[in-house]
Design a protein around this ligand. Sequence first.
Ligand code: OGA
Ligand code: FE
Length: 332
Amino acid sequence: MATEENQSESRLSSATSYAFPLKDIPRLSCNDRKALEMIRKSEPVILTDTNLVASALHWSLDYLADHIGDGNFTVYKSDSHKFKYYSDKKCKMVKEFRPPTVQMEMKFKDFAALLKRKQKERDCSEKIYLQQALNDSVEKTIVYDFVNFNWAWLTEQQTLNNWGPLTSNLLLVGMEGNVTPVHYDEQENFFAQIYGHKRFKLFHPDQYKNLYPYPVYHPHDRQSQVNLDCPDFDKFPNARNLTGYQGIVGPGDVLYIPMYWWHEVESLKDKGETISVNFWYMSRSVDKVEHPLSAQQKMAMTRNIEKMILQALDDPEEVPSFMQMLVLGRYT
Ligand code: OGA
Ligand code: FE
């Protein structure tokens, strides 16, 4: 049952959707020198012809249900269309924290049946989102498609850009309308779209001050506190200055999301559901630091300093007065 509060919230978000300026992310061939240059400079770009997941473009909800096997998959359930990530490990750090989504383990077949039931019933009250790292529990037909991803192109990019090892491939199967709210990751990401369309909003790391990330000890670490649908400008005044990029990816497209770039992702109304696989790579640490530091380097530094202070004080509640003592009247 919808409460009065979330009824007014959904009315607000559709009526007053806040329009900050967004430029289009370039769509380029992976053979275009400009595209390679953008990846090298850590700028987002949509690549149209990598053939990265050409071997998986026949995947659909039914195909995966029939072929992926009986392994367990992590499925998130949300009372709204938003799926804000939280760290299980950090939940105990904030006493009053209530997880915004419920995590479940399911067989893929059960997930597919549940998704179809929700679509048929037009049950909008509750949404589900499967997010599971591809692992060796998947059956051989899917492994075959996986082995036939364009690893040659990936390895070339990894070498050209001095990235570290591939850490994981996340399989994402979402319902139309699902939104992953704005956050950043600490890895390089080639995001491959397989089925349906997704809209991305991206923001440069220098938008940090406009996006007010949660403290690092908070379960919502790496997430923005700003709700992009209806920003609270009283609480987060710099959100008025937010500027970014947008782009839509469809089957076969690969979006490069540079490490520390903020992103919000929406599954569009199109095929009923969306299927994507991402490729997360460790960044290689730089041996020679050049000044002035980049926004990315400042973000990494901020995280480290915050962690150090937290560890030394051993109590998040002591941090604000400590930081004020450090700065106010001395560096202000
Ligand atoms: C990612 C990511 C969210 C989504 O791949 O880093 O945030 O909903 N994906 O696709
Ligand atoms: Fe992400």
